[in-house]
Design a protein around this ligand. Structure first.
Ligand SMILES: *Cc1c(COP(=O)(O)O)cnc(C)c1O
Length: 555
């Protein structure tokens, strides 16, 4: 009670108190802690996705731009957070939240994460992290081993070597991809006679010195937008992120890649990196990594694999072959806050060659001295939290076998869901799942027939109408709050590359069941019959009738 009172007055004495560790767990802070825990447990047990409330209404609670003048009680602030923030948050852990890559967490992450906050270690240098630095190096080694499977001697040599790092941790896949391409760029344009290297002289100097007209990064049309950001930041330019065509399974077409490489080479453009994707964000497709590796080598390019989502498939003995060729990559991105089930935000990039990261090394006298074991010299970010501890905890508590079970279950449930969609006559599966992501859309059976034999113009008009209904269903379902699937736009070949709006489902929560998925489809069917869609549906019927009459006259 005493502490609580003091917190509300702006005196130095009360400030000292909030930095002093409370003695007894029965203290006011202890009570607040228990209250929050109870509330969070209740929140996490709710099997809904969100309560129905407009964002505009929520914004009203967060509209005052003034920093409070006077201090507040921790307890009343905690109550505010629980009432206004927690209650209006999205239940990403709900088994019917199947629309995004933000996963549910194993319950043990919550108590273990306290260690991280309590100790507040800074991984930028060993002076502020001590044991956390070797731990992070071990985590990097473990994920490196998962991909490249080198022998124990290799790891004994390199894992804790003060002059090298096998990879870099960061806040997520975006930073990991940027780091990979940064290293690729710097290794491609190193110091040379009369040139100090791209890291000092910049892209203009590098291209001039090495005699190129430009530089390019190649990825498939399904590449993640973080690749565009990286091209921008690295001075390569978003226009030089060249999107290579995909086949009808959303995988990069190696022949198209070869043609693109030849065309770029003939124009004097340096092919900095080929990026293969292992688990595209929208469709979960895996590029033919081994073929891409061969082409990258042929054209003297770095080969990066963006396995931010799909990387943990390597835990599965049963499905690892889906990642065939990944160990040929020069660098691989894996997000820990996706399928390693670690809290946001932590991701990493691993490098095949232990010397690769040296090209981005940066030293500062006061903090990351050369030859120290400080991780700050090989990461883009400076101060960094001890998230490696949570990655390590997941690896240790769940283990390879546990992760394999999670991966296998996700892949198999997604295959079963694809069957459920095919069995219904008002949905169309748009992408066959390879991993645990699929897309589909609303298409009643009469329309499906007309889509098959209608002329180009009718098919286009039908797709437009279907897009409107699919979009409507997705929004209405989200607003109802029982379940959430996301939505994206694809350009399937069977519809001549026209825009097709689809539902996107990501199945990574082990508590999601077939029954839940059935309910989601049922709800979507019901929403499809809303009066709001009546006009569009009538329009579709009319087009179908015309198609039908035309077809009859042809037959
Ligand atoms: C999620 C994802 C990213 C970006 O990762 P963030 O953690 O969101 O920064 C990059 N590539 C792919 C394929 C992804 O799925």
């Amino acid at each position: 009670m005493h502490t609580e009172k003091k917190l509300a007055s702006a005196s130095l004495e009360s400030l000292y108190r909030i930095f002093t560790v409370p003695e007894a767990p029965e203290s006011t802070l202890g009570r607040i802690d228990r209250n929050i825990s109870r509330n969070l447990t209740a929140f996490l047990q709710e099997h809904i996705v969100a309560v129905e409330k407009d964002l505009e209404e929520i914004e009203e609670d967060f509209s005052d731009p003034h920093i409070p003048e006077r201090p507040a009680f921790v307890s009343s602030h905690a109550d505010f957070l629980l009432e206004k923030l927690v209650s209006q948050s999205v239940h990403t852990a709900s088994p019917s939240f199947v629309g995004h890559m933000t996963t549910a967490l194993p319950y043990f992450m919550l108590p273990l994460s306290k260690i991280m906050i309590a100790l507040n270690q800074n991984l930028v240098k060993t002076e502020t992290s001590k044991a956390f630095t070797p731990l992070e190096r071990q985590v990097v080694g473990m994920l490196h081993q998962l991909i490249y499977q080198r022998d124990s001697d290799f790891y004994a040599n390199w894992m804790h070597d003060s002059n090298h790092a096998l990879g870099a941790l960061g806040s997520g896949g975006t930073i990991a991809n940027l780091t990979a391409l940064w290293a690729a760029r710097n290794n491609r344009f190193p110091a040379d006679k009369g040139f100090e290297g791209v890291s000092r002289e910049g892209m203009y100097g590098a291209l001039h010195h090495y005699g190129f007209e430009g530089a390019a990064i190649l990825a498939s049309r399904r590449g993640h937008y973080s690749l565009g950001k990286a091209s921008d930041v690295l001075g390569i330019g978003r226009n030089q992120l060249i999107l290579v065509d995909t086949d009808d399974k959303n995988r990069m077409d190696p022949e198209a890649l070869r043609r693109t490489c030849l065309r770029l080479r003939s124009r004097g453009i340096c092919i900095l990196s080929v990026v293969g994707i292992a688990g595209t964000t929208e469709t979960g497709s895996v590029d033919p990594l081994d073929e891409l590796a061969g082409l990258a080598q042929e054209f003297g390019s770095h080969f990066h694999v963006d396995a931010a989502w799909g990387g943990p498939t390597m835990f599965s003995r049963k499905y690892r072959s889906l990642m065939k060729g990944v160990q040929q990559a020069d660098s691989v991105t894996i997000d820990a806050h996706k399928q390693l089930y670690v809290p946001l935000g932590v991701g990493m990039v691993l490098f095949k060659d232990p010397t690769m990261l040296n090209s981005i090394e940066h030293h500062a006298q006061y903090v990351i001295r050369k030859g120290s074991k400080d991780l700050g010299s090989s990461t883009l970010e400076g101060s960094r939290p001890g998230m490696a501890m949570l990655v390590y905890s997941g690896l240790k508590i769940i283990g390879r076998q546990g992760y394999e079970l999670l991966i296998n279950r996700g892949i198999e449930l997604t295959a079963a869901f694809a069957d459920m969609i095919r069995e219904r006559d008002c949905f169309e599966l748009i992408t066959e799942p390879e991993l645990n992501i699929l897309t589909y859309r609303y298409v009643p059976s009469v329309v499906r027939e007309a889509l098959e034999y209608g002329d180009l113009e009718s098919v286009e008009a039908l797709n437009k109408g279907l897009n409107r209904i699919t979009q409507y269903i997705q929004k209405a379902q989200r607003a109802q709050g029982r379940a959430f699937v996301s939505r994206t736009r694809l350009n399937p070949e069977i519809y001549n590359g026209e825009d097709v709006i689809v539902f996107r489902v990501v199945l990574a929560n082990p508590l999601t069941t077939k029954e839940i998925l059935k309910d989601i489809l049922d709800e979507q069917e019901t929403i499809a019959d809303d009066v709001e869609t009546l006009e569009v549906r009538n329009g579709l019927t009319k087009i179908c009738e015309t198609c039908f009459v035309e077809r009859k006259s042809v037959l």
